[in-house]
Design a protein around this ligand. Structure first.
Ligand SMILES: [Zn+2]
Length: 292
């Protein structure tokens, strides 16, 4: 690789940095060789550390001439790759400076933050590092090209793409929500309760089931299936997940669930939205009459 930090000069945001990296390395292979990239970009060591309470850390000084990345041991390869990319993000984003008294320590919670506009500076920083990691490991041009080949996204596609980009299924599901043109949402549940959901504003309606609430009875996600096996794609009533007004905007909805280890499940919702010029109230009435 020919990439050096000079290629990134002047780039400050996650997307600007990844754009420069992709421009300097147009033939970057998939899965992205994140540790090799680190070496090109002045990360002199990547080490595992057995410490409770944090997932990854960046050791550097305020001048950031070079850095070292520490990652928690005993994690999946995908988790390790994401953690390394996240710390590389902190290292390359000029405004992300380590505290004066030691390394920048990132917890599992930090690695799940996604609100880049959050009022709290640290949370914003973590969300930016996560955004950098997602863009780097799933470069938008490569992911878009893959998604263009898919007609109706299924959990099977998400699992296949996660394997080929060597990222976790949840990270890939999130990226698919961001880049797919379909109205999809992904719900992460554990032991039958909603944990979090990913949807794109303006494309998929608000999900009325709040974190902590049970997966609605009647959803495919309420039946426990063997780990690692995706269910069939089933049609479902939009009212299971949406409030009545939003449900009226949906012409048809399908659900699919994939159970994972430790009681985790991914539920993919795929909506076909009604034409906007149709009258909403009429559609709601029609839906309800159809149910009686
Ligand atoms: Zn961090």
């Amino acid at each position: 690789m020919k990439l050096t930090r000079l290629d990134l000069d002047g780039a400050g945001s996650p997307s600007a940095l990844v754009t420069r990296i992709l421009a300097a390395e147009p033939d970057l292979p998939i899965p992205v060789p994140v540790e090799e990239l680190c070496t090109c970009l002045d990360i002199i060591a990547i080490r595992e550390l057995e410490t409770e309470g944090f997932e990854a850390a960046l050791v550097t000084d305020v001048l950031k001439a070079s850095g070292a990345i520490l990652v928690a041991g005993n994690r999946s390869r995908q988790r390790r790759r994401f953690s390394i990319a996240h710390e590389l993000g902190h290292f390359l984003i000029p405004l992300h400076l380590p505290p004066a008294d030691g390394p920048l320590l990132c917890s599992a919670k930090h690695l799940g933050m996604h609100d880049v506009k959050h009022a709290d500076r640290r949370r914003r920083m973590e969300a930016e590092a996560n955004r950098f990691a997602a863009l780097l490991l799933m470069p938008p041009p490569a992911l878009r090209a893959e998604l263009q080949q898919v007609r109706r996204l299924s959990l099977g596609d998400i699992v296949r793409l996660a394997d080929s980009f060597d990222v976790s299924k949840e990270a890939m599901a999130r990226a698919c929500v961001d880049y797919s043109r379909e109205a999809i949402a992904v719900i992460v549940a554990r032991e039958g309760k909603m944990l979090r959901c990913y949807r794109r504003d303006g494309l998929f309606p608000w999900i009325a089931v709040a974190p902590g609430q049970p997966v609605p009875a009647g959803s495919v996600g309420s039946d426990r299936l063997p780990e690692g096996k995706a269910s069939a794609i089933e049609t479902c009533e939009p009212e299971l997940w949406l409030d009545l007004r939003d449900a009226g905007k949906v012409a048809a909805m399908t659900e699919q669930v994939l159970w994972q280890r430790s009681g985790f499940a991914l539920i993919l919702l795929n909506a076909e939205m009604r034409d906007e010029d149709e009258d909403e109230t009429e559609a709601v009435d029609r839906r309800w009459q159809g149910r009686l």
